[in-house]
Design a protein around this ligand. Structure first.
Ligand code: ACO
Length: 336
């Protein structure tokens, strides 16, 4: 079965409530209709109900009646969410008036719903920049215990089956943290292996810590950072199969891996690529997506204490549907 079909099947077996704060955005509304039709998640749309219903009618959508619609300017739990936000952000000096304004912002409201147990996950970003989607999540749900940094992974599905797991690989960080320190990069590596297991279904993640150098071929402080990150990741997860620093060809091409890093368990057979910073990761995934016509599923946010995922504003309806399927899987997984 195709990867996305598997995700949907798994999501269907343990349905989660996914909130879409951009409920009046056309691609989001169309995706919600598809998801409700396929029945793999319950959908909460935030937006003016009159606008949502009129748009659904105009677009010929048949399933929006099954969604829960929350009007951000009038809903029964408004006072409860104001108190919750004040409580969470009091150390940052938030006032009740500021909180009252923020809880009408769909991007804050959706995260507060998750924090309060009224939703299980969120997908947004078709209409809002990454920073605006992530900031409320960072402020309200924060990171998982023991994790200091959120990052974003993509499951890359390539037509060329010779790479990774039958053409499937995990790339990270491609979406969130611009310039990680060595210890943050180590956390990103460990989190990416976990995403590779839980979302991509890899039985044995093999993590390559990428650089412009392989095993000391170049000397530079940027190379040192990757080496240090690799050593820290080994301490954090002693059983993890990880190696670095490796150039990308040494990581994925068996003959080059053998030549440049002969005794490595990762070189030539990596299925998880960890980039040294966001510039590399973001540029790389978009090039592979466009030039190799790969499917790029994500970004799957890793390290956040609740499943909240951000779309690219250039996303398609099927990108939204797929990311909801991933988010629903993360939500179900976090309850096990
Ligand atoms: N992980 C966890 N928490 C974080 C992270 C992170 N990576 N980054 C910031 N935070 C927290 C801070 O600790 C702070 O918490 P506090 O208010 O409780 O103290 C809060 O978030 C806000 O911190 P700021 O420093 O104000 O963060 P800012 O909002 O300036 O930046 C952001 C965060 C928006 C994620 C920034 O790092 C960014 O712009 N990253 C790039 C995103 C991007 O453009 N990606 C490429 C496009 S996505 C794509 O192509 C798929």
């Amino acid at each position: 079965m195709e990867f996305t079909a598997q995700l949907k099947e798994r999501a269907k077996s343990n349905k989660q409530r996914i909130v879409l704060p951009e409920g009046t955005e056309e691609r989001t509304l169309t995706a919600a209709d598809t998801i409700l039709g396929e029945g793999f998640a319950d959908i909460i749309l935030i937006g003016n109900p009159d606008i949502i219903n009129a748009d659904a009618k105009r677009l010929g959508l048949k399933n929006i009646g099954k969604a829960t619609i929350v009007n951000p300017v009038s809903y029964p739990k408004m006072d409860e969410y104001v108190n919750l936000l004040v409580e969470i952000r009091k150390s940052k000096g938030i006032t009740e008036d500021e909180a009252r304004k923020l809880v009408t912002d769909p991007l804050y409201l959706s995260v507060l719903m998750i924090k309060n147990g009224d939703a299980d996950g969120e997908v947004a970003g078709a209409d809002n920049a990454t920073g605006d989607v992530l900031r409320p999540a960072f402020q309200i749900v924060k990171t998982l215990p023991g994790i200091s940094v959120v990052s974003g992974a993509f499951v890359m599905i390539m037509n060329n089956k010779e790479f990774g797991e039958d053409g499937m690989m995990v790339f990270a960080d491609c979406a969130v943290h611009p310039d990680p320190t060595a210890s943050e990069l180590a956390e990103i590596a460990v989190a990416s292996a976990s995403t590779a297991r839980s979302i991509a279904g890899f039985k044995e993640p093999r993590v390559a810590m990428l650089s412009f150098s392989t095993k000391g071929s170049a000397k530079h402080k940027m190379v040192d950072k990757v080496l240090e990150a690799t050593a820290i990741a080994k301490q954090l997860a002693p059983d993890l199969i990880i190696d670095g620093e490796l150039q990308s060809d040494a990581a994925i091409i068996p003959s080059i891996g053998k030549k440049k890093a002969g005794d490595s368990k990762v070189a030539g057979k990596a299925n998880v690529l960890v980039f040294p910073n966001l510039e590399c990761g973001n540029i790389a995934y978009k090039l592979v997506q466009r030039m190799a016509h790969a499917e790029a599923i994500g970004p799957v946010l890793q390290g956040m204490a609740a499943p909240i995922n951000d779309l690219s504003r250039g996303c398609s309806v099927s990108d939204i549907v797929n990311l909801v399927a991933i988010t629903a899987n993360q939500a179900a997984g976090s309850k096990q």
